[in-house]
Design a protein around this ligand. Structure first.
Ligand code: 2HA
Ligand code: ZN
Length: 275
């Protein structure tokens, strides 16, 4: 099968386009990576090249040695993924140490994988190990309302989680583990990758102050849905705060405990503090 005919590639392209339609990917903002299943790699083998030069990832991800990823390109626009995928995205293979990659397909006009490759791969490594291999998608987007909130809320996991949970009843069911928050850091390097992957040990969502969000999930629907749910909740909070600084009524800590019982989720008490 040709790469562009494969279902996982079409799902990846659709997700990138959905993110563009949401307004989360101005210019070359954001990046998306998918850890390809062995049988999916085999299904497109005829289209994969082993002639690419090995290049440094910029960090070490030994648990991902030999894995293949579908990735967006550095400097490429989500807006163009649907219309020009071979220019915008690539399949890469990692070497036996998990320290180098080579391009096997795509980026036909040159270029390299996303500038956030170290963060993506370190997150993949953490999430693959934490979920017994279930999580395969890492998604970074410049979500407007979450970014706005990082200017006015304390940059604390407890505060962001609780405020986002309160804005929509589905939230504690969709992200019962909560969200993590990292203070402003220089993007693209190993330092921010390490900080993000530390948060990913506890959460499926990591917020980068004044920059955007990272989500991890099993497939394109769940990961896009997670990003969408968190950002929608942030939008409601921005609207609420724009109307008045306080709440007349809200979902209470006890309401969350009751919800947890009926929806069979466990909500950490550290998020259910008295205000
Ligand atoms: O431009 O989003 O974080 C790509 C990015 C960097
Ligand atoms: Zn970014």
């Amino acid at each position: 099968m040709r790469v562009l005919e494969a279902k996982f590639v079409q799902g990846f392209m659709r997700m990138a386009d959905d993110g563009w339609e949401q307004g989360w990917h101005e210019r070359n903002g954001g990046n998306l990576t998918y850890r390809i299943k062995k049988e999916e790699v085999d299904s497109v083998r005829e289209d994969l090249s082993a002639d690419g030069a090995w290049k440094e990832i910029g960090t070490a991800v030994p648990a991902l040695a030999g894995e293949y990823f579908l990735v967006t390109g550095s400097g490429k626009y989500f807006r163009n993924v649907m219309s020009d995928p071979e220019d915008s995205i690539a399949i890469i293979e990692l070497d036996h140490k998990g320290e180098n990659y080579r391009i096997c397909w795509g980026l036909v006009n040159g270029g390299r994988p996303t500038s956030e490759l170290p963060s993506h791969l370190m997150n993949h490594e953490v999430k693959m190990q934490a979920t017994g291999g279930k999580h395969r998608v890492i998604y970074h987007a410049h979500t407007t309302n979450i970014i706005a909130l990082t200017f006015v809320l304390p940059l604390k996991d407890e505060v962001f989680t609780r405020e986002l949970w309160e804005m929509a009843t589905e939230c504690p069911v969709v992200f019962p583990d909560g969200v993590g928050v990292a203070g402003w850091m220089v993007p693209g390097g190993r330092e921010i990758a390490v900080a993000t992957s530390e948060l990913m040990k506890k959460y499926d969502v990591a917020i980068w102050a004044h920059h955007g969000m990272f989500c991890s999930g099993e497939d394109f629907d769940l990961t896009f849905g997670l990003m969408h749910t968190v950002e929608k909740s942030a939008e409601i909070l921005v609207k609420m705060l724009s109307m008045r600084p306080d709440k007349l009524q809200t979902i209470t800590a006890q309401n969350f405990r009751d919800l947890a019982v009926d929806f069979h989720v466990s909500l950490p008490e550290k998020f259910l503090y008295e205000k």
